[in-house]
Design a protein around this ligand. Structure first.
Ligand code: XMP
Length: 512
């Protein structure tokens, strides 16, 4: 039996990704498509239910994204959230305009009538609102289900069709009854079956990869990070030796990283893996370069050259696999809309245009923690799937200023000590990212009876959900003390350790 699919029509709300996640957490597969997708595209995906997301737009303004009105004639179970509520009313004979009282934050809902959407939810309940427009009158055939003090129509349902509309956001944590509401929609109203797990994802993804690739060949750049490791393992399951992986060892990786990937993927799992030792080449191109953006550009350019050359040796390849995740898709898309470039991230895009390869992106619907779960479902060891994010330019942006081999070695050692201590104290999995940064600053110290004049090393640990904003992790003092003492004693060239206590913004996570 095909798995049930919930299609989420995205009108640009910052919470759309969260809706998809919550639905998957409830054991039903969901995908997001643009809210303005044509009816034919929606029908082709054969959804079992539709969810219309929120939006920063106003449905009654000229530039607003509108759904194809044909979706309402499909008669599929439908949940409209916030803007999804308003735009549905607008297209189905209701009246929408600017709210007298915009509501941002927790509001108290009072139910006016019975609705299967609110089964098990108290008559008065709290939920999160974020809207400047509101429904002033419902279209014909619609019934009011709830109101708030400021909002006469805060939830509605259709008299005969399985259409439900809510002004609040059930997907955010500030709506304590949100999970119940989503569950009522999926299982009560839409009658879907749960039971979707990562194993189902693996099975579906393998089928889709085979359908896309046919008997073609796929090239996959491996970085040692979670995303490319998981993507390559999945592709290997789907197409075996027709996947060729290339790991460009640019000498800027973490301690033993290239070896571990070679051992786990190449030797243990038999992936067709080529490791290109380009350490000398990268170091010589980077010699004496201290500007962070110049460093990034050089690494990006060299990477493409080395990867391209290796690809040519392989012969005919038609596809390029990338471990792009959903947040990458969103971030690149929003960057394309004039957002300022803070740091040029070179690992999304760049390669395919030049190499004329078609993209295979099997992880593009998933979030980072879902990718980790997928990695576990594929049997990858924990120390590979729980790895923290690592920037494409690697340690080059963590040895501040010009890079030398001894500095890279010192940083690699210090980083490994810090991570080892974090793991030992069971803090590694509780931080989004933790690492060491070598500063181009020397200070005076004393080792034994001798004066030393050596570099400063900074430790950084941050909590974050997506890397876009972050706060520094309140690590226990005892852990920091142990890491600092070991680093200053064991790593040659370092005699002082400091801990970074700035958030993002105003800082960024990486120092360069
Ligand atoms: P920043 O330093 O911008 O980093 O706060 C946010 C997240 O992105 C990672 N990062 C990069 N990743 N190429 C990448 O693939 C890059 O050039 C790059 N720069 C930063 C960073 O490690 C953090 O997780």
């Amino acid at each position: 039996m095909p798995r049930p699919l919930v299609l989420i029509l995205d009108f640009g709300s910052q919470y759309t990704q969260l809706i998809a996640r919550r639905v998957r957490e409830l054991g039903v597969y969901s995908e997001i498509i643009p809210g303005t997708a044509k009816l034919a595209e929606i029908k082709a995906r054969k959804p079992d239910a539709l969810i219309l997301s929120g939006s920063p737009a106003s449905g009654y303004r000229a530039a607003a994204p509108l759904p194809d009105a044909g979706i309402y004639a499909l008669g599929k179970p439908m949940l409209g959230i916030c803007y999804g509520f308003q735009v549905t009313q607008q297209l189905m004979g209701g009246e929408v305009s600017k709210a007298k009282h915009a509501e941002y934050g927790v509001a108290t809902f009072v139910q006016d009538g019975k609705s299967p959407l609110f089964k098990g939810v108290p008559k008065r309940f709290k939920a999160w609102m974020s809207h400047g427009d509101e429904v002033k009158a419902l279209g014909p055939g619609w019934l009011r289900v709830a109101h708030t003090t400021n909002c006469a129509f805060a939830a509605a349902r259709h008299r005969t069709l399985p259409f439900h509309l809510i002004q609040f956001h059930p997907e955010v944590v500030h709506s304590p009854w949100g999970k119940q509401v989503l569950s009522n929609f999926l299982f009560g109203i839409a009658g879907l079956k749960d039971g979707w797990t990562m194993q189902h994802f693996v099975r579906d993804a393998i089928r889709e990869i085979r359908a896309q690739v046919g008997d073609g060949h796929v090239l996959c750049g491996l970085s040692g990070g979670v995303d490319s490791t998981v993507a390559a393992t999945l592709l290997h399951r789907a197409i075996g030796d027709r996947l060729v992986c290339v790991l460009v060892d640019h000498g800027l990786m973490r301690l033993n990283e290239a070896d571990e990937v070679r051992r786990e993927l190449g030797e243990k799992r038999g992936l067709n893996l080529r490791v290109v030792d380009a350490r000398k080449r990268f170091l010589s191109e980077l010699a004496g370069v201290s500007d962070p953006e110049r460093k990034r550009k050089i690494i990006g350019k060299e990477f493409i050259t080395v990867f391209d050359r290796e690809a040519r040796k392989i012969g005919s390849v038609e596809f390029l696999a990338q471990g792009t995740l959903y947040p990458d898709v969103i971030e690149s898309a929003s960057a394309g809309h004039g957002a300022q470039v803070i740091k040029s991230h070179h690992n999304v895009g760049g390669l395919p245009a030049r190499m004329k390869l078609k993209l295979v992106e099997p992880l593009k619907w998933l979030f980072k923690d879902e990718v980790r779960e997928l990695g576990r479902a594929l049997g990858l060891p924990e120390h590979l799937v729980d790895r923290h994010p690592f920037p494409g330019p690697g340690l080059a942006v963590r040895v501040l200023g010009a890079i030398t081999e001894p500095d890279l070695d010192a940083l690699r050692q210090a980083d490994a000590i810090f991570l080892e201590e974090l793991r030992r104290a069971k803090w590694y999995g509780r931080t989004w990212q933790a690492f060491a940064v070598l500063l181009p600053v020397r200070t005076v110290g004393v080792k034994g009876d001798e004066r030393s004049y050596e570099k400063v090393l900074a430790l950084r640990a941050v909590d974050s959900v997506d890397g876009m904003t972050a706060d520094w992790t309140r690590l226990p003092h005892s852990l920091l003390a142990r890491a600092a003492s070991r680093i200053a004693n064991e790593v040659r060239g370092v005699n002082r350790v400091v801990f970074d206590i700035t958030s993002k913004p105003p800082s960024t996570i990486e120092w360069e």
